[in-house]
Design a protein around this ligand. Structure first.
Ligand code: ASP
Length: 329
């Protein structure tokens, strides 16, 4: 104990010694390939096509990547018929729709909002947190107060379809977080602008009929989203708890930093996630997790646990939906 204290006291003086140079933590210049600068928008699931359109419009107007991802997120939040994003989303088990979102720009700045109620555009609230406060995350009532003070309006909209589904769920009230394996959920968005800079965003109403206060991976920097302009960006969708346990988006970016392609990094991160979450925590049959990534050269990768995951891509004016490869089948 004593010798440890002495060692800690001596630390400042040791700063210059070579054995404390943290060699392994140095940032390696990975961007050996040319940066992609022709405009790229990627979004999770088929409905990403609609989000990408908004991202592409922003690009064509000269928007930066952060404007592109915000525009894409807002387009989804505007659609109140969506059952997994924005105010139209399924409520929690007490009947309240609570929203999570985050955003990261090419400087590595980040903003996140969790457990936000009655505000239509959580992705823009996340951006305002990033740009107007010294913080990264605001939650619940405080986040709502911040939004109201910053020009967002209270919106009490409830989607009749979501309310009906909740009432049907209440009959049994069986609390079992299930995730759509082949259906759309959270939107995760990655974009590159004309300078080749990249940003990302995520927006969701989270799991249907979740416990009140539950927050998934989507607004958590490093889990649902991570962007390092030097290397690449990654986003996730699926059962948030599995992704939170494995800090997947950060992992994918770090694997790309070490030289992996976006595809190889997504595959490795899925293997890691399954290893961490199974067995003992969950059965692999019972959850889906999906990743989407790109690197600074504009190369794209995607991978999921189960088949069914798709992503939308807008690149050089061409829009399409691509089925992701998966670990099981
Ligand atoms: N990842 C989201 C969450 O756990 C849900 C999803 O992507 O389907 O809240």
């Amino acid at each position: 104990m004593k010798s440890r204290r002495n060692f800690l006291k001596a630390l400042p003086a040791l700063g210059a010694l070579p054995f404390l140079s943290f060699k392994g933590l140095e940032r390696k210049p990975t961007a050996t390939k040319k940066r992609y600068q022709k405009g790229l928008v990627l979004s999770t699931w088929n409905f990403g096509l609609k989000a990408n359109e908004a991202g592409a419009e922003s690009f064509q107007k000269g928007g930066k990547a952060v404007d592109m991802v915000e525009a894409a997120g807002r387009r989804m939040e505007d659609d109140l018929s969506e059952l997994s994003i924005g105010l139209g989303g399924f409520p929690d088990r007490d009947g309240h729709t609570t929203l999570d979102a985050c955003i990261m720009d090419h400087h590595g700045k980040a903003g996140s909002v969790c457990f936000l109620e009655q505000i239509k555009h959580p992705v823009s609230v996340a951006r305002a947190i990033m740009e107007k406060t010294p913080h990264v995350v605001l939650v619940g009532e405080g986040a709502q107060q911040f939004a109201l003070k910053n020009g967002f309006e209270l919106d009490t909209y409830k989607n009749p379809e979501a309310v009906k589904a909740w009432k049907e769920w209440l009959v049994k009230s069986e609390y079992k977080p299930v995730i759509n394996i082949e259906n759309h959920d959270t939107i995760g968005i990655l974009a590159m602008d004309a300078q080749g800079d990249m940003s990302g965003a995520c927006t969701t109403s989270g799991l249907a009929f979740k416990m009140r206060g539950r927050v998934g991976d989507s607004p958590i920097i490093g889990s649902g989203l991570y962007v390092d302009n030097e290397v690449g960006a990654a986003t996730a969708t699926g059962l948030g708890e599995t992704i939170l346990r494995s800090c997947s988006s950060f992992l994918i970016v770090e694997l790309m930093r070490q030289g992996m392609s976006p595809q190889a990094a997504c595959e490795e991160a899925i293997q890691r996630l399954v290893k961490i979450n199974t067995p003992g925590i969950l059965k692999v049959e019972d959850y889906q997790a999906c990743f989407l990534a790109c690197n600074a050269a504009g190369e794209v990768g995607a991978y999921s646990v189960h088949p069914g995951f798709t992503y939308a891509i807008w690149k050089e004016g061409k829009a399409e939906v691509i089925p992701s490869k998966s670990m099981l089948g």
